[in-house]
Design a protein around this ligand. Structure first.
Ligand code: ADP
Ligand code: MG
Length: 252
């Protein structure tokens, strides 16, 4: 059996007296999609930062393709940085306003020192997210929120990752464009066989995009399973409350 592409094993992360993660274990299998849901403050972003190796656990272990990240093995981290790409919540703050879109999208290629002329790859990924290649010469501020999130997704795709890790990718967008960005992520994941880890406080979005769902509450996994069964037959009162509280996406 091959190791999961990403795995958290009994991960604890404390901030002072706050136990943001209190013994969380999650497996992300290659080519599959996992949604992480929970109310604000439940530890979702803290968990994603662990999976992206942007933060280290207080206790427990994060593994990338079976290898513990704790070794701080430079080669392992470099492979993870190329293979696991983040998409953050707010494209206003995640896109550098002083950089043209072409440079923004090429940024992971530069930082990963991918050789060659990056313009062709930039045009390819802009097309993949439904943007015209000539947007490369413009600045992020010239675009709407939905278009900016498309630019952020193009940037994430540029180095040909196998995993996208998205933290509330549509929460900062107008309700009217959320469905389009969800559709885009769904199409890209299917077409490119991407592994998807998606955090949302909106369980309806996870319902659209993710095969499995993990429910976090106070830094613990309280429920986990195939999304269809978690949504149809939640075992925990907390999950039922989340289901009752969420706005529905148009078309869900
Ligand atoms: N850098 C930090 N410093 C202090 N507390 C933090 C930090 N990051 C997260 N926390 C705390 O950890 C808990 C979980 O936060 P977070 O992972 O951001 O939740 P979520 O993404 O589910 O809303 C919260 O109580 C939050 O205040
Ligand atoms: Mg968060």
């Amino acid at each position: 059996m091959t190791a999961p592409v990403l795995e958290a094993v009994d991960v604890v992360r404390t901030f002072g007296a706050t136990r943001a993660l209190d013994g969380v274990s999650v497996r992300v299998e290659a080519g599959r999609s996992v949604g992480i849901v929970g109310e604000s403050g439940s530890g979702k972003s803290t968990l994603l930062r662990q999976l992206l190796a942007l933060d280290s656990p207080t206790a427990g272990e994060v593994r990338y393709r079976g290898e513990p990240l704790a070794r701080r093995d430079r080669g392992l981290l470099r492979r993870l940085r190329a293979d696991v790409q983040p998409v953050f919540q707010d494209p206003r703050s995640s896109l550098d306003p002083r950089m043209r879109v072409g440079a923004v999208v090429a940024e992971p290629l530069r930082s990963l020192k991918v050789p060659g002329d990056h313009r062709e790859r930039v045009a390819e990924v802009l097309a993949a997210v439904g943007l015209d290649p000539d947007v490369a010469s413009r600045y992020p501020a010239q675009f709407s929120g939905g278009q900016r999130q498309r630019i952020a997704i193009a940037r994430a795709l540029a180095p040909r990752p196998s995993v996208l890790v998205a933290d509330e990718p549509v929460s900062a967008l107008d309700v009217s464009v959320r469905g389009q960005v969800v559709d885009l992520l769904q199409r890209l994941a299917a077409e490119q066989g991407l592994t998807l880890v998606l955090v949302s406080h909106d369980i309806a979005i996870v319902g659209r995009l993710c095969e499995r769902t993990v429910v976090l509450h106070h830094g613990r996994v309280v429920e986990e399973g195939p999304t269809a069964s978690v949504l149809a037959d939640p075992q925990e009162a907390y999950t039922r409350r989340l289901l009752a509280a969420v706005p529905q996406l148009p078309g869900v």
